[in-house]
Design a binder for this molecule. Structure first.
Ligand code: IMP
Length: 200
């Protein structure tokens, strides 16, 4: 398997979100030329798998095979222990078409109230997949464990950050300096594993 990449190699970020492509380029330390699936007019596949890893592989594989270039994709989300891992792969979908995360965070709180659970354990997961066209696929996963706190606190970060406090900390991801979050986040951990696998 060709598990290494050349410096400056063209890689497709399998996302139609330009912000995510910029983030991927930065996390890979500018070693590659990152182009987006959108700029190549590649279709966005339906995320039909039941795991983060499955969906990341599905997206990377589709972009690599359609473009003939190596492709990278991610899938991430928040899992709540007492809710059997929900919202999990549906994290973005819980916020609805308007991407209303205040609503999504309220929904998490309401679901916990409904079942009457005091267990506030939760974790973020980030799966990253790199696929070679019609070839192998490398996949890694990063995770950060913590607990949920209501009401939401802090206006930094995005998504579910204001209700998540990582283990060993007192502040939510929404209150932390971005550099503090980036040092311990699920995404940073996944990228560390990916870099260890791809770079010498
Ligand atoms: P994706 O773009 O399909 O991977 O969607 C992931 C969703 O999970 C995002 O829309 C957020 O709701 C949530 N999520 C993933 N990572 C984070 C994070 O670092 N902080 C807060 N929410 C996150």
């Amino acid at each position: 398997m060709k598990a290494k990449l050349d410096k400056g190699q063209k890689i497709v970020a399998a996302t139609h979100n330009p912000g995510k492509a910029v983030e991927i380029a930065a996390l890979l330390e500018g070693r590659f030329e990152i182009i987006t699936a959108k700029s190549l007019n590649l279709p966005e596949p339906d995320e039909t798998e039941s795991t983060f890893v499955g969906n990341a592989v599905l997206k990377a594989r589709a972009a690599a095979d359609a473009s003939g270039l190596v492709a990278i994709a991610d899938d991430s989300g928040l899992s709540v222990a007492a809710l059997d891992g929900a919202p999990g792969i549906f994290s973005a979908r819980w916020a609805g078409p308007d991407k209303d995360f205040a609503h999504a965070m309220k929904k998490v709180e309401e679901r916990l109230e409904e079942i009457g659970s005091d267990d506030r354990s939760a974790w973020f997961t980030s799966a990253l997949a790199v696929a070679w066209p019609h070839g192998p696929c490398l996949v890694v996963e990063g995770r950060v464990d913590g607990r949920l706190t209501f009401p939401p606190k802090g206006d930094r970060g995005f998504g579910y950050d204001p209700i998540f406090t990582p283990d060993g900390g007192e502040q939510t991801f929404g209150e932390m300096e971005p550099t503090e979050k980036d040092a311990i986040s699920h995404r940073a951990r996944a990228f560390e594993k990916l870099k260890a696998a791809l770079f010498d």
